[in-house]
Structures are given as structure tokens and as C-alpha cells.
Design a binder for this molecule. Sequence first.
Ligand code: CDP
Length: 794
Amino acid sequence: AVEHRPANPAATSADRPIGFGRIQRKEDPRFVRGKGRYVDDIVLPGMLHGAILRSPVAHARLVSVDTTEALAHPKVHAVITGRDLEGLNLAWAPTLSADVQAVLATDKVRFQGQEVAFVVAEDRYAARDALELIDVEYEELPPVIDARRALDPGAPVIRDDLAGRTDNHVFDWEAGDAAETDAVFAAAEVVVAQEVVYPRVHPAPMETCGALADYDPVDGTLTLYETTQAPHAHRTLFAMVAGIPEHKIRVISPDIGGGFGNKVGIYPGYILAVVGSIVTGRPVKWMEDRSENLMSTSFARDYIMRGEIAATREGRILAVRTHVLADHGAFNATAQPTKYPAGFFSIFTGSYDLQAAHCAVTGVYTNKAPGGVAYACSFRVTEAVYLVERMVDVLAAELGMDPAELRLRNFIRPEQFPYRNKTGWEYDSGDYEPAMRKALEMAGYDELRREQAEKRARGELMGIGVSFFTETVGAGPRKHMDILGLGMNDGAEVRVHPTGKAVVRLSVQTQGQGHETTFAQILAEELGIPPEDIDVVHGDTDRTPFGLGTYGSRSTPVSGGAVALAARKVRDKARAIAAAMLETRPEDLEWEKGRWYVQGDPSAGRTIAEIALGAHGTVALPEGVDGNLDAEVTYDPPNLTFPFGAYVCVVDVDRGTGKVRVRRFVAVDDCGTRINPMIIEGQVHGGLADGVGMALMEFIGFDEQGNCLGGSFMDYLIPTAMEVPDWETGHTVTPSPHHPIGAKGIGESATVGSPPAVVNAVVDALAPLGVRHMDMPCTPARVWAAMQGRATPP
Ligand code: CDP
């Protein structure tokens, strides 16, 4: 870890981008020319292909798996079953939540799509064909599909593999003070309650998950090309579970076609590719198809939240409390820091100054795919923001108050930061009112309300939705946060070559966010080397320092800090060497971007390139300084960062069909110091599309038998350019006081902040019909049913 934390000049800097600002993305020439190199592009000599046989039923005892015919297929090299894996002690693997998950089923299948057998064959087609030759006998059991029924007495016990397990209970967890909260509620003038469901959705990255394993039986090394957001953590876990020494494993995560949390976990397919390579002595590739991705890799959300909010009649919000039923599927494979079984859900207090707050979360097993990943969010902050922002609108309806005005009255005020909320988070900084006013002004809020009144008088359904969110991103400080015992820190190594060009090596892994550009920009800002002269290396455990990887918008808050501090170490070293070159004392030198010069004599100076050559050359080095301009840092952030934003959404609802059209969307974000404004806008655009998708279209549903109804893009609808408006973005800048350059994360803000804005707009449109709430996704069928005063159809 770093011994000292240099001052944070950006904390007081104005709205000025970092390191040459709005530059074009360095990685795009290869992407726009089709020269990206993804896992499925990699072909190794002698490579074989794997395919997974999956369970067609949600809950069944596995009676027998007969592989005779499949093995007789002329192109098949191996067929692996759960029994085979038992012999290797690999039938079960630990999940990121310290549960276990079946790699291949041995006793039962517990969700539709669960892995049952693995075929390795000459080509992808033969492997798929051979799956049909495997004869599996299932003895069907009643499934548990509705999380509300999971704890009923007599409900079938899904996890009878766990010793002593007699029900489907996973965990109970709470935050805040229950007694204090109950007391505030008991005395409050106004209390409103609402059940709010965040349905099961899926990150659905463009590139599905896959791996190519190459085990060398001669020297015992494993090279594993993987679609992973966390190559180092995966390598360590493979070493721990498979028993292959860590120094013999190299994980390479090449270009990644979107992660969004889907590529954090270790899926059975990755392990099976490794086993397949060990068994056959050949490289084995496994790439899932779209349906496999949607049905069996990690889902997100699936929270049934009962929210309550207490307030005065004048609209002062006093307290929020909630009980959550969390559907974790058949195995608890949620990815989050170990101490937080409900992720960062306890930030459901939102952006408001409350007297009390309490949440209780109960996790249950059901016969559905495991997951609970942070789909473009920091560990359940999405669910938290959706709950509180819906509840504030429900309260506004009850009080007959404007929802924007109600929010403005209750914000945490600037002088209250750093602000400790009622569940224990310390919000590092914030200035909410200017962001809110800016969004309202950009939207022309008052004018929109006038237009709405006119339309309502004519019977037209126009809705205006507002949301304001605070995120908690940059997990995190090792004293509080680890995943399976690995502290959530990240490393960076900076090396300035003799000619003044540089390389920075990162433990985080871009999946499209533009790290090759923005991390070069941080170094450029600190050392004055142009970004095009800086190579950014990531995604290869042999070429980068250890760290926990990219998810939860943690790259900039954690790794960005590491890069800035490593660059400052280089700068300090450069000062000592420049002093030797100039035959003066280091303390007599001044820094200007890219060069040290003698105080009072700006013409006497040395550029970073000159110093680098000196360092590697024949300059007589000062005592204790070695001959390079290299440095490395593992950064342990003192706190998370707390980006925030104000969103306004305008919708029109068709009275005849229930179809919602998002007419406008205004997003004002504050991520502290902005590195590259163009990349930030891109991140926000993508997140807003995510949010509109979840609010209106995306849904992984199940029938009573547990058949997945969201297993293709014909059923699991994601938005295209046709469904989204031209985004209107703005920003304010409130730098993080503890981050070395004052930056907060931005990667997921819009995914977190936009669903409540859209749903609030839809409910606002339907308010004249007496609608106070409706659950996502607001499909035409659901909106139509709500208009008729009917219960929500599936
Ligand atoms: O961890 P992840 O990269 O997904 O999220 P992030 O740290 O929020 O960064 C997303 C992208 O936005 C990266 O390219 C960042 O460097 C960039 N960014 C920025 O330009 N300025 C910020 N204040 C935060 C992020």
C-alpha cells in the first residue's frame, strides 16, 4: 500500500477535464476496422470444442446419464459427467458468496438450463450433435418458482445437498436501527407503503461468455483465455480450487464485448473447458450461445421490496424502512463484497437527510438460475435507488406535492458532507440542489407541467418523471471489503522508457469503457507525456499487477487512484534525477506539466523524456535512487466515492394500446473530476438505454414449471435506437475529497438512476386514472391493464 496520500489538487479545481480532455478513443481504430480480438477469435493448433448438455426441467432427481452413444460419435473426444468430476473433486465449485454450485449435476438438477454433461469434439457442430446422443433420465420434482412461496412450510427443499438443510432460506441481513425507525414511523403524520418489485433482468452483453483452456501436460501450465472482468481474482480462485499452482496459471482476458457484471463470476463452462483440456491433452474452447447466456449465466436484481416512508404533512421526509425478499435462484452465486450479502442495498436512504432508516433482507433459494450479479451497478445500489425514488413519488402523490419540489426540500445539504447516513455509509461529498435545478432547467420543467395540464384536459396521457440518485462506487477499502478473502485493492505499474514514452499496467480490465484512453490520460495529466505516447496494458495476469478487476464502476475510483499515485512517485524520482542533471538541489526545482526547472530560471530545466534518458544513461544518480523511471502502487482507497445525478424523463402513453414512448430524457451527472467528457457521455448514453430497457421491456420470466420465458432476444427485449430518444446530458462537478484526482465512477450511474425516472413518468402519465404504482417492465400489456384498473399481467 502507499505510505502517504499526496494532496488532492483536483478537489479544489474547477470544471476542467484531465489529460488533454475530450480526445478520441485510442482503442477505436482496431474496433471500427473489425480488428478487435475476442476470446472466440483465438484459434490454437489442435483446438477442440466443448458443448454443454443442459437440463430441460427446473427440478428433478438425476437418475442416470448414459454417454455410450455420444462417445461412439466419430468426432467426439470426451464426454464428461458429474460423476467423472466427483472423481476429480470438481463436481462442485465455490461461488463468490461462499455457497457451492454444481459444475455438472450429480444428484439433482435445480434450474432449467443447469449443466449436466460436457462433450468435447473436433468442431462445434459435432459437439452439439453429440449432446443429442446423451440419454438422461430425470425424475421430476415439484419446483419452487415464486420466491414468496419459497419459505412456506412443506415447500420442496431445493438444496438438500447442504447438510442439515430443511428449508429454502439463504440468509437474513439487516442495516440501520429498527427500534429508532419504528419510533419515527409511530409518531409520523404521514406514512405511505408500497410493494415495489425489481424484476429479474440480465446484463446480456453483446459477446456471450466463453473460455479457451490450454493445459500443457509437460510443464503443468494452464493458459486460459476467458471472458472475464477480473483476470487476477479468477487466477487465484482457479489455483485454490483446481490445485494448479498459481504461477503455472496465466489468465488472458483479451478484448471483451461488454461485461456489465455478467463476466465477474466463474461459470461451470470455464471450469469444464479446463477439465476438457486436461482430459484430452488439447486446447478446448467453449463459447455459449445467446439462449445459454440468458438462461444460465448470472441474472440480476429479483428483489421484492416492501417500502414505507414516513413524513410530515409539509413534505419533510423523516424515515424509510423496507423489507426485501431476495430471490437468489438455486445456488447463492451473488457477486458482492463478503460482508454485504445484500450488496450495497443499505444505501436505500438515497440523497435525503433522514432521522432514521432500517432494512431487512431475506434471501431465498428458488429453482431458477443462480446469479444476483451487479448488472451495471455497484452491488444492489440499483435496487436501492429504485426503491427510494419510487417511494418518494408515492409520497408526493399522497401529499399532492410536486415530486421535484419534494426532493429539493429533503436533500442532504452541501455543508452536511461528509455525511454519515443512517445505515453507516459516509457520503464523501455532494452538492445536490444545483444538479437538480440544472436538470429541471434543461428539461423546461415548468413548461412541461403546463403542457401536461393542457393534455390532461384533453384526455391525453403525458407523464413527467424525476429521479435523483446517489451511488456508492469504488469498492473498496480493504478494512471493510473483500471477495472470498481477497481485499478489494488494485495495482498499477508505470514505466517510462528511456526515450520518454511510457507504459502503464493495470489490474482492471476494460470491457468497452475506454480504459486504454482514460488511464493514459491520467498518466498524461500527472507526467505531461501525451496520451498517444502511453501504452495501457491490461487483461493478462502475466503482464499486469494483482488487483480485483472491473465491476461496480470501481476502475476509476480504485485503479485510477493507483495510476495517479504511481505517476507521482515517478515524478518525485524524476525530480531527484533532474536535480543531479542540473547540479542543483531537488527542493530548488519547480514542476510544470512535463518538466522540472530551476526556480527563478525557467530556461534551466529538463523534460520527462530528458530525465528518462538520464535515468537510464550515465548521469551520476543521487544516493538511494536507482536507474529507471518506474514505480508501482497498490491502492487501498480510504472510502468509496459517491457520484450522483438528477434525471428527468418525459413519456407519452397511447390510450388505446398502452404503448409508452420516451419522448425526452435529460440526465445531469456529477462524477467529480471528469477525465474524458466524451467517454463519460458515452457511458451515460449506454446506461440510459439500459434503464429504458429495464423500465419498459426487459424481463426474465418463468412459468409455473420453471420454464424460462426470457431465453432469447425474441422474448427478452432490449432497446434499440428505435426505442430511445436523443439523450440530453449535462453535468456538475463535485470532486471526491479523498480520491487522488478527485474522480468518482461514472460507468453505471445512468443504469442506476434512469429506471425510476422512466417508471415515475409512466405512473405520472397514468395518475389521472388513479394509478399510483406499477411494476417494471411497463410493457403495453401491463400499462393497458393498469389503465383498466386491473391487476398486472405477467
Ligand atoms: O469500472 P468502470 O471502468 O466500468 O467504470 P468507471 O471507473 O466509472 O469508468 C468508466 C469510464 O469512464 C472509464 O473509461 C473512465 O476512465 C471514464 N471516466 C472518466 O472519464 N471520468 C470520471 N470521473 C470517471 C470515469
